[in-house]
Design a protein. Structure first.
Ligand SMILES: Nc1nc2c(c(=O)[nH]1)N[C@H]1C(S)=C(S)[C@@H](COP(=O)(O)OP(=O)(O)OC[C@H]3O[C@@H](n4cnc5c(=O)[nH]c(N)nc54)[C@H](O)[C@@H]3O)O[C@H]1N2
Ligand SMILES: Nc1nc2c(c(=O)[nH]1)N[C@H]1C(S)=C(S)[C@@H](COP(=O)(O)OP(=O)(O)OC[C@H]3O[C@@H](n4cnc5c(=O)[nH]c(N)nc54)[C@H](O)[C@@H]3O)O[C@H]1N2
Ligand code: SF4
Ligand SMILES: [Mo]
Length: 723
């Protein structure tokens, strides 16, 4: 198979006693190619070099990527298992003692069995994440259902990609984050990007976005804040948080009114146009302006540009998805592409910027509450039968479907769930309504946390298991394009740490379920099982091999047999993955956010990210450069609003919502709507903005409303500036 056309090998200076290992960054869905520098005398990772031969980033990296290697041999690494004997210290970093693997694993299995004997199999739960390889994500689903035999498993992607997944499944019948490869983005004529701070969150996408404008194309951005992306836009649609569905319906209204629709495409390849056309009739620019706060003229111009563009890509990110109507927002924006026929061909389509490194692959192989490998569904009896048969377990042994991540916390509080196995996530920072989440972890009879640093969540555990990092293991991830790529082990497992797959297989054996796991000796064995299991599912990896990934610089799924190359562009044959192969244009009535501002809470609080930190911050708050660049969370307030409250830059104020209150230092910034305030969420404990956020869930995706709730600022008299 030919190498990708971007392939270009650039020689590196390699120092004596050093080797370079070609791999990918651990953080975001861009999965930038990079090389780790390894000191071969000590077998230690000591640095990083860019890698030009990966077509997505072409050698570019962001501040997190260039310092990612510093995680690996960091002094905070947990070296051996930790056991807490005194449960009264739960919720603190104190009271742990070091233990051997045998002692820790035996204790876990003893407690799991005791609890299951007393309260039934489903008393155990697994809470997982997608900063792990496909191999680990797949095995975690099997571990929960076959080794622990519980129905309760869900993962942090519930807070990340779940609305994109639900919206794409409904509209297109398939949940692959992008219908085009990233190398198409710079070649299109118009980008319509909603709710993405790409310059900070997917920075190595920016050169492609700028190229569209440099070639005379257009950039339209919908965001309540004037992010660096919005600042460069031809049109910035500065909407109120939580009002995207009105904007999407307004765009569709204008595209129809202006005749910018593709009637043949609508007739031959879609359903639902008439109902949608009827519904959007009332979404005139004036009405949409009233709801969103955007000038009607800007909406008219944006629709005209998108409508006229020969090729266009609609893109979005968590700004539109992390709402209690995130799924509808995704389908609403996807409607723009469907009515104009700007999908299913090169340079046109829809794409969500996938968040976590393996946010795409990690949601395909069965660690969601309602899903089995190959993107099979637990409510489909045929799918359940197929998977049970392949795993070699009786069909009646297959657990039922469980509940979503946030809903698991309620079950912990009411004691339906008494034990939790947490890996690759830090929910006591990242889940909404923290008071509730922390109470849930405290109320567990037994909790295990697998991490390489003692996270805020590990502080609630009875046993902490030290895992090896991304740089100490082989495996694959699937990047934001749907391209399956290889990560390579660059050094041995740190101290006594073990990879997640090793730990799960050991626990399975001790639970008496070893026969289903013992044949898996390494990531390659697990990948082999994963790809066989995926055959015939929507996310079909059966034709993907490690060798093919190397040869082609990644393989796009679906890839249904070893002789095909994979599928960089979806729907080139205009066949969607729905039952009748037609896409669904969705008629979506507008509804406001679950909590609207009122006299008591007059502001809209939205939350998100900064370029220097990653998610719960457990990995980045320890890296000296990143910490120095952005040490503490700041509350972004518009100058007019600051004046109204009589508060100054750097002053510490109280930010309050119906869930709680937190003190923040104020950053006065004109690049935000006056009715909106913003706080990044990368900090825990008493600084966590998730003490304030609203857990109202989207009815389809069960995504919480991280992006819009009502808030008030209280000036703290007598508190010194600079806190
Ligand atoms: N530096 C950095 N990069 C990351 C991450 C990180 O933690 N740090 N995390 C990765 C992950 S897992 C994810 S999910 C992605 C997230 O990437 P993004 O979604 O780009 O990041 P956010 O900051 O969550 O939110 C994006 C934007 O949504 C806007 N917004 C808020 N409310 C609304 C609204 O109602 N409508 C619209 N249209 N916009 C709104 C915010 O102002 C913000 O600019 O980033 C990935 N990359
Ligand atoms: N207010 C607010 N809250 C949000 C969001 C928001 O925009 N606003 N965004 C949400 C989004 S999009 C996301 S993705 C979530 C993320 O939320 P979390 O899942 O809590 O985020 P991480 O910080 O990635 O947590 C991963 C943990 O696992 C560890 N880890 C990393 N790799 C591995 C591994 O291979 N194995 C194991 N066992 N551990 C590993 C890390 O050290 C870290 O402690 O937060 C959500 N929460
Ligand atoms: S853009 Fe994402 S993948 Fe690339 S270096 Fe930065 S964090 Fe890593
Ligand atoms: Mo995410």
């Amino acid at each position: 198979m030919p190498k990708d056309k971007f392939f270009k090998e650039i020689p590196n200076v390699v120092h004596p006693n050093e080797k370079l290992v070609s791999t990918h960054c651990s953080y975001c869905g861009m999965q930038c190619g990079m090389k780790l520098r390894v000191d071969t005398t000590q077998n230690k990772i000591i640095g990083v070099e860019p890698r030009y031969d990966f077509p997505v980033n072409l050698g570019k990296m962001c501040p997190k990527g260039v310092t990612a290697y510093q995680q690996v041999n960091h002094p905070d690494r947990i070296e051996r298992p930790l056991i807490r004997d005194d449960a009264s210290l739960k919720g603190t970093p104190d009271g742990f003692r070091e233990a051997s693997w045998d002692e820790a694993l035996d204790l876990i299995v003893k407690r799991f069995k005791e609890l299951q004997d007393k309260y039934g199999k489903d008393t155990l739960s697994v809470y997982s994440g997608v900063s792990m390889t496909n191999e680990k994500c797949y095995l975690t689903g099997k571990f929960a259902r076959v080794a622990l035999q519980t129905r309760y498993i869900d993962y942090n992607g519930r807070f990340c990609m779940s609305s994109a997944a639900a919206g794409f499944n409904r509209s297109l019948g398939i949940d692959r984050g992008s219908t085009v490869p990233w190398t198409d983005i710079n070649q299109t004529d118009c980008l319509f990007i909603a709710g993405s701070n790409a310059a900070e969150c997917h920075p190595t996408s920016m050169f492609r976005i700028w190229e569209v404008q440099n070639r005379g194309g257009y950039l339209i951005v919908a965001d309540p804040r004037e992010t660096p992306l919005a600042r460069r836009a031809d049109i910035h649609l500065d909407l109120r948080p939580g009002t995207d569905l009105a904007l999407a319906n307004g765009m569709v209204h204008l595209l129809i009114k202006n005749g910018h629709i593709d009637e043949a495409f609508i007739r031959n390849h879609t359903n639902g146009f008439e109902d949608t056309a009827e519904l959007v009739k009332e979404f005139t620019p004036e009405y949409v302006s009233e709801i969103t706060g955007i000038d009607a003229d800007k909406i008219i111009r944006a629709a005209d540009i998108y409508g006229r563009a020969p090729e266009a890509i609609v893109m979005f990110c968590r700004g539109v998805e992390q709402q209690s109507k995130g799924t509808d927002n995704v389908s609403g924006y996807t409607n723009m592409a469907l009515i104009t026929g700007k999908i299913g061909r090169p340079k046109s389509g829809v794409a969500t910027f996938t968040g976590q490194g393996n946010g795409q692959g990690g949601r395909e192989h069965g660690q969601k509450a309602d899903q089995l490998p190959g993107y099979r569904k637990m409510d489909n009896p045929d799918h359940v039968r197929e998977v049970a048969c392949m795993w070699g377990i009786p069909e009646e042994e297959m657990p039922q479907k469980g509940v979503s991540a946030y809903e698991m916390f309620q079950l912990m509080i009411d004691k339906t769930i008494r034990a939790n196995y947490l890996l690759c996530s830090n929910p006591t920072v990242s889940a909404p309504n923290q008071h509730h989440v922390r109470e849930a972890f405290k109320s567990l009879d037994f909790m295990v946390c697998c991490d390489f640093y003692l996270s805020e969540s590990a502080e609630y555990a009875d046993v902490v298991l030290p895992v090896s990092t991304w740089a100490e293991d082989d495996g694959t991830t699937t990047n934001l394009e749907g391209r399956v790529i290889r990560h390579r082990q660059a050094q041995d497992w740190y101290a006594e740490s073990k990879p997640d797959w090793w730990i799960q297989i050991e626990i399975a054996k001790r639970m008496g379920r070893g026969q289903y796991f013992e044949h898996l000796k390494n990531p390659a064995d697990i990948f082999d099982e994963l790809r066989r299991m995926s055959k015939g599912g929507t996310a079909d990896y059966s034709g993907i091999t490690y060798e093919k990934i190397d040869e082609q610089n990644g393989v796009f799924w679906p890839c249904t047999d070893e002789n095909t190359q994979g599928t960089p562009h979806l729907f080139l044959d205009k066949k969607f993955y729905t039952k009748d192969q037609r896409a669904l244009i969705c008629a979506l009535p507008y509804r406001p956010p679950a909590e609207e501002p009122d006299a008591e809470y007059p502001l809209r609080l939205t939350t998100g990210r900064v370029v220097f930190h990653y998610l719960s911050g457990n990995q980045t708050r320890r890296i000296p450069f990143l910490k120095a660049m952005y040490p503490d969370p700041l509350l972004e307030v518009h100058p007019e609003t600051a004046k109204q409250y009589g508060i100054e830059h750097d002053e510490v104020v109280l930010l309050k919502t119906r869930r709680g209150e937190v003190r923040y230092k104020v950053k006065i910034i004109a690049a935000i709507r006056p009715d909106t305030v913003f706080v990044p969420y990368h900090w825990g404990k008493e600084e966590s903005v998730n003490l304030l956020t609203n857990p109202a869930l989207d009815p389809y995706s069960r995504m919480p409303e991280f992006k819009a709730c009502a808030a008030q600022i209280i000036k703290l008299e007598g508190v010194l500036h600079n806190g």
